[in-house]
Design a protein around this ligand. Sequence first.
Ligand code: HEM
Length: 621
Amino acid sequence: MSIESSYAIAHRIAGLNHPQSYVDASGHPVGTKTTMIQDAQLYDGDYAKRLAASQSNSQSSNQSSNQSTSGSGISGLAHAAVNAIGSMAGSSKDTKSSSAPVMTSNFGFPVQDPTHSYNINGHPLVSDTTLMEKQQTFNRAKIVERAVHACGSGAFGYFEVTNDLTNLCKAKFMDKVGKQTPMFGRFSTVTYGREFPDSARNPRGLAWKLYTEEGNYDILTVNFPSFFVRDPTMGPDLIRSQQRNPNNFQVSLDSTFDFMSLVPESSLTNLWFFSDHGHPVGWRMMDSYPVHTFRWVNAANEGVWVRYIIKSDAGIKNFTWPEAIKMCGEDPDFAKRDLWQWIDQGNEATWTWYVQTMTDEQASTYYVDPFDATKRWNEADCPLLELGKIHMNRNPENYHRDVEESAFSPGRLVPGIEPSPDALLQFRLSFYMDAQFYRLGVNYHQIPVNCPFMTKSYHPSARDGAMRVDSNGGVEPHYFPNSATVPPPAMPVSEYSNWTVKHIQGVLGRQSHSRSAADPKQEYIQATEFYERDLTEQDRINLVNNIAVCMARVTRSDIKARFLIQMYKVSPVLADSILTQLLVQDPKAKDLTIEKIAELSASCIHPSDPQNSYAPMPIKL
Ligand code: HEM
């Protein structure tokens, strides 16, 4: 990336005359002299130093300051603001060396004594604007928390290509072995709130953001290879079934087991949830699966279906259930602390990114529907091709700015990476942005951690909205096409592959188009493989105990019975083992016998009727 173009981009995005800088978001050399993220992070403690350094450097490259495109009207003023804020607002690490003579209000008003309000005989005055500003900001300090994945932490780092897969994908960030791309990663639990203990039973989220030269590429993943549902309309139901009861606001295992037992396609993911994968040892020791199928397209516009598996180099390590419970009490922030300390001690947390592929033909004959998010692609069937390594090596400086205000979306793709006809993915592509418009506002792309600071081209046609402070298109006409400006060249249509057109033909209606729905066996076969083939003997014992302990807290026998029917369809041995353990945990469950469960299982395809709004199978005990 040339200095000039990156400068112009930075200018367009932030509407500021950014000084040149020699470090990037990850503190990692990326071959560019201007980085949006740190320049835009005005509260960076090194800002004043870098500003001074850049002012001397910029003499040699200052043609860039004449490069303003849009929004130049405000740039001089903004530059002055940057100078002022940059020189006085040091980070906590930098406080001593800061040149700030006194503390001030947000607007620069000097506060003589920051420990006393303005008062008459101890009676604070509402005319103390600094006090009001401080308190009123405090009152509004918490922003809307994520509807899911609220509890988490993150780190910066980079991705490095280690294997040439350009024959499969034309995305520029992977066009050369050794190429590095700055990254941010956020790790989270899913269904509980911001303050829930890190080690509780839950899926984990791993969200990756690559700041590529073709814009940001987000990869949202969980630590399970499959998901609970495949139709987006069941998404909120699934999440609520693992959240607090609307009546008494308590975490409800009745709801969790009830929903799971009624959704046959969730059987594989249910086993992952109740296995020790439900409580990994921190963020560093879990694998990362986007769950969905994507399409990779190469320079010749040839496509191939892909799934990713991003494997922790530290290896998967899970707590047992008793260990997890203990850690929830001892250190509710364990996972956050573990990653932070690891990086703080100079280590890197690393993952290797692998890709599995399928041709159209392979996809049409695979033993499960390869576009069904509730199913996985076996490694033995689709060998892993290494793509590169993710390195997380820098802790955020400010949690609110870097982590809380970060935002990821499966729709944030780059040329060469396209969606598949997976119904859940198709809907997820767009609704995340809606969640973020609500949570952060329509201009959240300006928040430094979300800013596409490495992009070579930047010319959005979206305009205005609350808090828009970048160039906002400047003096350009705000409609397109127009005859006043030469538009930036658009990406040629030939750069897109057109598979979608071929696939979106059919009849409108509310019915499943998943191959799995037409073949009931598909709903259990991979759960059986996971139980019988993938788990060790000890894993199986732990899985059974975990389910039994949780099931003992379920109050309704019919829910227990339906879940046991599902387990019976996975494996009669599994159902029998759970029931035996359940009776140890909960002797009151003696109305359930394995003979009864076997009989009920034989009488139904599933414990619910997916053809009829998943109506529950009536159970009489
Ligand atoms: C059933 C459908 C799903 C629904 C309704 C749903 C909903 C959401 C919502 C509302 C957010 C918060 C977005 C924000 O405010 O920034 C979110 C975040 C997230 N989702 Fe989903 N999700 C679904 C499925 C999935 C799947 C299949 C995956 C991955 C395999 C996934 C991974 C994530 C991750 C990792 C985050 C957190 C991103 C971050 O760290 O900020 N979700 N989801």
